[in-house]
Design a binder for this molecule. Structure first.
Ligand SMILES: Nc1ncnc2c1ncn2[C@@H]1O[C@H](COP(=O)(O)OP(=O)(O)OP(=O)(O)O)[C@@H](O)[C@H]1O
Length: 254
């Protein structure tokens, strides 16, 4: 960990059609190769933070720096993977995956060759001509992640990517994601409602409190890497989990 790749400096934000502030002077630093999860009750502002990072929304005051620069159009500068995979049902795996390269104007054959190199790593070997409707949920999310990686950005925003998967597939996908993250040296911001998932994956967890947020509470995960799912059952992790659940529950009941 060294230089911040993403910084919020005193960011104040409310939606145009509402006076109610969501962020009220937030400072954040996210470092190279970090894995950060964001948890918080529904409506607490997790997706709003992603919308600000991508530039879909603009701070009322303050600045957001990406790789040290105050770029106004950040949409193409970060990789964004939405909750729904948004794969085009009429396009094959290969042709869905090449989309970010096509948008950049790269020739179809060159883009396809680049995707083919990655199919093995993404567990999609032999599936390149399959249509999304014939893939399992886990495979669809791997195609979607492959597309996000091909954005070429060092910062990836993943919005609850595994929430629709069954428990076993979800665990396999979490382990696979960590492998890919370590191999590709990306910085990941990951929204989840699942405390276990956040504990297993993250270096730090941002816990969203009551709106408006004047600061964001963060929890450092006391586990090294590589880690296994069993590490999350260690007594210190169980205590941390209970603390996080209590905090989230108290916010919901307020
Ligand atoms: N386009 C919008 N215009 C006005 N208010 C909005 C808009 N989008 C979201 N909000 C409000 O901003 C607040 C934060 O919403 P946001 O979607 O960021 O929450 P979230 O934590 O991602 O919720 P969830 O977990 O349900 O996805 C909510 O009160 C929501 O109603």
């Amino acid at each position: 960990m060294n230089k911040p790749v993403l910084e919020f400096n005193k960011v104040i934000f409310h939606y145009k059609n509402s006076e109610a502030p969501i962020l009220d002077g937030i400072d954040l630093q996210i470092y190279e190769n970090e894995f950060i999860s964001i948890i918080g009750p529904s409506g607490s502002g997790k997706s709003t933070i992603f919308r600000l990072i991508t530039g879909l929304e603009v701070p009322f005051k303050g600045s957001i720096l990406l790789n040290g620069e105050n770029v106004t159009n950040r949409l193409g500068a970060v990789g964004y993977m939405p909750q729904q995979d948004l794969l085009m049902p009429w396009r094959t795996v290969l042709d869905n995956a090449i989309l970010p390269l096509e948008i950049k104007g790269i020739k179809k054959e060159i883009a396809q060759a680049k995707v083919r190199e990655l199919l093995d790593d993404f567990g999609l070997q032999g599936q390149e001509n399959a249509l999304p409707g014939n893939l399992s949920g886990g495979m669809r999310q791997r195609v979607s992640f492959l597309r996000t990686i091909l954005s070429g950005s060092n910062i990836l925003l993943l919005d609850e990517p595994f929430s629709a998967l069954d428990a076993i597939t979800r665990l396999t996908m979490q382990e696979w994601l960590i492998e890919q993250w370590m191999k590709r040296k990306k910085t990941i911001l990951f929204i989840t409602h699942d405390v276990d998932e956040a504990l297993f994956l993250s270096d730090r967890i941002f816990v969203l409190q009551q709106k408006p947020h004047t600061f964001i509470q963060e929890v450092k995960i006391p586990l090294g890497r590589p880690r296994t799912i069993r590490d999350v059952s260690k007594s210190e992790m169980v205590t941390l989990k209970e603390k996080l659940i209590d905090q989230l529950r108290s916010k919901v009941s307020k």
